[in-house]
Write a protein that binds this ligand. Structure first.
Ligand code: PLP
Length: 400
């Protein structure tokens, strides 16, 4: 039997997808048997629970009706790249030219292209523990190996630069950072970002800054590493910023994100994107342009919605004595689910029991790394009443 490359075939199936299917299956079976389950609460998925705003949809509809839908320039139409450069100045605080931007199929496509551009077999890439699970298969596609650096649960899930230094080898090529972070919701303060930049510089590493949640911020400031660089340092090509329309504008299904880097590096990235995807549709690019040119109230409103949910979750966790930290951005929080006497509830079995017994689904901390093993991740992109019931059930279940 042929099954492709062994190391790709052997990648584990995502727990988060499997759990969703499992909870739906249990629900169906119960309905079939005529049993009444408690109302389902689904907190495992990292996807905005808002509809893409109407003016964004309308722009795509008009494009489909009125424009020819041919191949487009790989890096994106000039009118969109112009807007991307403006957004980078407005939100991320650094000046770039349109030629420093390139669009991609989501932040995922931008990240995969960035990795294919800079690393290959034998290389090592530093990634956070815990982190967004897809970094692992993305690295597997390039042949490079992930090396995890710890985020500190007792220190607001921030990295410790001294720990990073211990993980360097002659094969280390790149460092991935993610702020605001998935699954932690941590937002790195300026000193941390600045230390990470210095670290990348001192050890001649590429720095990929995954800023897909840059506009989902509850307090404080999002610091893009590139905002701390001189134009010449930015042009040197060490830094790649990764952005997306998925989260800020509830556009996960549209598949549009972008990368920002120095002129020479973006040329290589564009070649990789051309080889992989050719281009994105004009209608999607019109939707993205509408998102950027219209008033940003939708972004503020969605963010406000997540903040209310965050506040509710923090309040409930304090009530149940399970509060560890406050997430300041993105729309997730990790919850320590150790038993009252410190018993381990690590991994899938706690999560499976929680679905079976309370009809509440969450993502196991083990999906994101080993440091989060005793935690579960919940998404704040859920109705308030679901979060309220979900958090109560999770805490009672962990205490039982
Ligand atoms: N980076 C992080 C940390 C994420 O959580 C996600 C999606 O969940 C992405 C990148 C990619 O998102 P998209 O491909 O929808 O832009």
């Amino acid at each position: 039997m042929k099954f492709g490359k062994q190391h790709l075939h052997d990648l584990p199936v995502s727990d988060i997808t499997t759990l969703g299917a499992y909870s739906d299956q249990l629900q169906l079976e119960a309905e079939f048997r005529g049993e009444i389950l408690p109302p389902p609460v689904r907190l495992q998925i990292g996807e905005p629970n808002y509809r893409t705003p109407e003016h964004i949809r309308q722009a795509a509809i008009e494009s489909i009706a009125n424009e020819i839908q041919t191949y487009t320039p790989t890096a994106g139409w000039p009118w969109l790249r112009e807007l991307l450069a403006e957004k980078i100045a407005r939100v991320n605080g650094y000046e770039v030219k349109p030629i420093n931007t390139v669009i991609a199929p989501g932040g995922t496509g931008a990240l995969q292209a960035a990795l294919l551009t800079i690393v290959g077999p034998g290389d090592e890439v530093l990634i956070p523990d815990p982190c967004w699970p897809l970094y692992i298969p993305q690295l597997a596609v390039t042949g490079a190996a992930p090396v995890r650096y710890p985020l500190d649960p007792q220190g607001e899930w921030l990295p410790d630069i001294r720990q990073l230094g211990k993980l360097l080898t002659p094969r280390t090529r790149a460092l991935i950072i993610n702020t605001p972070g998935n699954p932690t919701g941590a937002v790195f303060p300026q000193e941390v970002v600045s230390d990470l930049l210095t670290f990348a510089h001192d050890h001649d590493l590429y720095l990929i800054s995954d800023e897909c949640y840059d506009e989902i911020l509850f307090e404080g400031q999002h610091v893009s590493p590139s905002s701390l660089l001189s134009p010449a340092e930015f042009e040197s090509g060490r830094f790649i910023g990764i952005y997306t329309f998925s989260k800020s504008y509830a556009m996960t299904g549209w598949r549009i994100g972008y990368a920002v880097a120095g002129t020479q590096l973006i040329k290589t990235l564009t070649d990789v994107l051309n080889a992989n995807f050719t281009s994105l549709s004009t209608s999607t690019q019109r939707a993205a342009a509408a998102a950027l040119t219209s008033p940003q109230d939708c972004v503020t409103e969605m963010c406000e919605g997540y903040r209310e949910r965050r506040d509710l979750v923090v309040k409930l966790l304090k009530e149940y004595n399970r509060y560890v930290y406050t997430p300041h951005g993105a729309f997730y929080t990790l919850i320590d689910v150790r038993g009252k006497n410190g018993e381990s509830h690590s991994g899938r079995s706690f999560v499976l029991d929680l679905i079976r017994e309370r009809n509440v689904s969450v993502a196991p901390g083990t999906s994101f790394g080993s440091i989060s093993a005793e935690y579960i991740r919940i998404s704040l992109a859920a109705p308030m009443e679901d979060l309220e019931r979900g958090i109560r059930e999770i805490c009672l279940f962990a205490d039982r």
